[in-house]
Design a protein around this ligand. Structure first.
Ligand SMILES: O=P([O-])([O-])O[C@@H]1[C@H](O)[C@H](O)[C@@H](O)[C@H](O)[C@H]1O
Ligand SMILES: [Mg+2]
Length: 289
């Protein structure tokens, strides 16, 4: 199929270009400005947003609207300001302008610009640009996953005792939630596993699974924009996606396990506390149109 007859490829090429431009904006701010005084909060005192998150999302959405006027959007900052968070069967761009906003605010060097693209509720391609590291992760369904053009492959490890696991503490400080986070962590650490890490970005943890640096990443409390783009990067690198219940991943459920293979996924899932956050498509500011 020639490129001109492949509109999803045109869209993906556009996403790579606009993610790179967004990354330049982010790097400029990290190098030259102090974000710590410009931070606002969202769902909790530690759920942060900055002017740069909003600017980058506007840049992405405006550039896409001018090229693909019929496409829909789910964007982290647009949903925050009341836009719906519904995944229809229409071509939909799912955008997290800065995944790892807390890292960004603290100049901790892992922030990802995430752009996923779903049609018929299936993610067709994903782009995650690790802006400070200058690493462009890309994948298209059925066509492999890449970092800066080099193919990605998950780890072949099947022994959980030789595995590295990634997770995050998230931004929910409800004591019951914090207890569950620590209970899962305690059980996973005590298996034992080689180590537990967290990049501070759901998407970059998933890219770490895709490139074979960690065997598994799990978290409850993520949003669709944190995981949509990276989901296809994981599966195209040979990995598997699950809900923390062990069932199929539901992009709106706010629970994810991304693993190198079924063996590791099943073994770690057995240790996880299952609890729920309010679904992305049910939140009060996410009512259907
Ligand atoms: O707010 P944000 O920086 O875009 O995204 C957050 C990051 O991915 C963080 O690592 C994860 O723990 C949270 O669940 C996400 O919401
Ligand atoms: Mg995010």
């Amino acid at each position: 199929m020639s490129k001109s007859h492949d509109p999803w490829q045109d869209a993906m090429d556009h996403a790579v270009a606009v993610a790179r431009k967004s990354g330049e904006m982010i790097r400029e701010v990290v190098q030259n400005q102090d974000q710590s005084s410009l931070v606002q909060t969202k769902s909790s005192a530690v759920d942060l947003v900055t002017e740069t998150d909003q600017k980058v999302e506007r840049l992405i959405i405006q550039s896409v609207k001018s090229k693909f006027p019929s496409h829909r959007f789910i964007g982290e900052e647009s949903v925050s300001s009341g836009e719906p968070c519904i995944l229809t069967s229409d071509p939909t761009w799912i955008i997290d302008p800065i995944d790892g906003t807390t890292n960004f605010v603290h100049r901790y060097p892992f922030v990802g610009v995430c752009i996923g693209f779903a049609v018929n509720q299936q993610v067709e391609w994903g782009v995650v640009y690790s802006a400070i590291e200058d690493k462009m992760f890309t994948a298209r369904r059925g066509r492999g996953a890449f970092c800066n053009g080099r193919p990605l492959q998950v780890s072949t490890q099947t022994d959980v005792h030789r595995s590295m696991v990634a997770t995050e503490f998230g931004s929910d400080r409800d004591p019951q939630v914090v207890d569950k986070i620590f209970s899962s962590l305690h059980k996973v650490l005590s298996l034992p596993v080689h180590g537990v890490r967290g990049a501070g970005s759901a998407a970059l943890n998933m890219c770490a699974v895709a490139r074979g640096s960690v065997e598994l990443y799990y978290e409850t409390g993520v949003h669709v924009w944190d995981i949509a783009a990276a989901s296809v990067i994981v599966t195209e690198a040979g990995g598997v996606l699950r809900d923390t219940t062990g069932g199929a991943l539901d992009l709106m459920s706010r629970r994810i396990v991304a693993a190198n293979n079924e063996t590791i996924a099943t073994r770690i899932i057995a240790e996880l506390e299952v609890y729920s956050s309010e679904r992305d498509d049910r939140a009060p500011d996410c009512e259907p149109e």
